[in-house]
Every structure is written in C-alpha cells, then in structure tokens.
Design a binder for this molecule. Structure first.
Ligand code: ADP
Ligand code: TYD
Length: 204
C-alpha cells in the first residue's frame, strides 16, 4: 500500500459514510498509518454559509449553492492551517466524507452535470482521490435511518430527491469510470460487513 493515500467516501445522505470513515480510520491506524479524517461541507467559513442555507437560515438558489461548494472544496484543499494538501505533505492518510462526486450527484439534479464537473475541474486537477468509495444504498433505507436520529430534515433530504441524487451518482460513476478509481460497496448491509468489504479493497 502507498504510504499516505487520499480516500473519499461518497453516497446519499444516511448511506453510512461517517460510520465507514471512522471504521476505516481505526483500521488504518491499527496498521500503523497516520490518519486525518475530514468532511464536506467543511467547518470553515464557506462551509458555514452552506450549513446556514441547509438549515433555512439563509435562502439561496441551487446554482449559488453549487458555486459555494466549488469554493468550499478549494478551501478544503488549499487552506494553510489544515488543508488536505498540507495534511498529505505531513504524511497523513486523508479520508474525506464527501468530495467532488457529491457535487456531480447533488447539483447534477438541478443543472447539467457537465457544468458541475467543469466547475470542479480545478479541484480534480489538484487532487484526485486514490480511491472513491461509493456506498450504494436504497433511498428508502437511508431515509428510515435518518428520520430515526433527527427531529427535522435538511434541504436535500426527501425521498424524491434522494432517488434522483442516487441516479445522478450512478450516472457520474459510469461516466468517469476510466478517469477515476472507484469502488462500489452495497450499503444495505450491516456496517461491520461493509467495513470488511472496504478493508479488503486495501489488502486484496
Ligand atoms: P452518513 O454519514 O452517510 O449520513 P451515517 O454514518 O451518519 O451516514 O449513518 C446514518 C445513520 O445510520 C446513523 O444513525 C448510523 O448509526 C446508521 N447506520 C450507519 N451504517 C449503518 C448500517 N450499515 N446499517 C444500519 N444502520 C447504519
Ligand atoms: P453531510 O453533512 O455530509 O450530510 P449527511 O451526513 O447527511 O450525508 O452533507 C450535507 C449536505 O450537503 C448533503 O445533503 C449533501 C450536500 N452536498 C452537496 O449538495 N454538494 C456537495 O458538493 C457536497 C459535498 C454536499
């Protein structure tokens, strides 16, 4: 295994990304790697504007939101305090909960996906994941999981939207299968089983 990797977890809301980020991070640490886990939208200044939109504190058009994610991702990569590029230079394996495939899928519902891919090309040129792990799950199951833990749902968390987002994910993964390293895992299974599936991808 290369010493420090950049790994992105992808999937619709409630697909189990944060759970798998934690499990993979634990496994990599046990194997002796330095691991830095991170997420998008970030907790930086642009990410907090995005969160205010999702919480209905600020109103914004979907195109504006797509643009904010482009900026948030560049800051995620480039900021001098804890940017991903800096962490990789320091020898960390970086695992992110969401990266540009999230933009392709979520914004591809509202505008041409090619525009979204083009708008994110600076990030893709700076850093492509060594592996994009897509957790594929039925939108009904993910909505059930989310509604158990929440009193209110966010902007994109409706069953109709998650069905569309899942279809856009599958479209983007197919379109970019020769350009990107992609691993698809069945997220409808218990988290321990998915974690083994993911781990086996690192130790074939
Ligand atoms: P995401 O980060 O993709 O939104 P989470 O990891 O936060 O997803 O999981 C959403 C909810 O589903 C949490 O309550 C979590 O405990 C639960 N969960 C995660 N993975 C599984 C799984 N494989 N089977 C059942 N429940 C799960
Ligand atoms: P997140 O906090 O990861 O939600 P969850 O843990 O439920 O998956 O992401 C918040 C929302 O941001 C989620 O609905 C997906 C959306 N999103 C986009 O619309 N575009 C993007 O580029 C990214 C990274 C996320």
């Amino acid at each position: 295994m290369k010493d420090n990797l950049f790994i992105a977890f992808e999937g619709i809301d409630g697909s189990g990304k944060s759970t798998q980020v934690k499990l993979l991070s634990d496994n990599l640490k046990k194997a002796g790697h330095k691991v830095y886990s991170t997420f998008e939208p970030t907790d930086g200044p642009i990410g907090s504007v995005i969160r205010n939109i999702f919480n209905n504190r600020i109103e914004a058009d979907h195109r504006t939101i797509a643009g904010l994610f482009v900026a948030d991702r560049l800051d995620h990569l480039l900021n001098k305090t804890n940017g991903i590029l800096k962490k990789l230079q320091e020898g960390y394996t970086v695992i992110t909960d969401r990266y540009y495939f999230s933009s392709y899928a979520y914004h591809g519902v509202h505008m041409p996906m090619d525009w979204v891919i083009e708008a994110n090309s600076m990030s893709a040129d700076l850093l492509r994941p060594d592996l994009n792990i897509y957790i594929d799950i039925s939108p009904e199951i993910s909505m059930n999981r989310l509604s158990k833990g929440r009193s209110s749902m966010e902007l994109y968390e409706t069953i109709e939207n998650l069905i569309k987002v899942r279809n856009k994910y599958l479209e983007a993964l197919e379109q970019l299968k020769f350009k990107e390293k992609i691993f698809i895992t069945d997220g409808n299974r218990p988290s321990e089983i998915i974690a083994i599936d993911v781990w086996n991808e690192f130790h074939p």
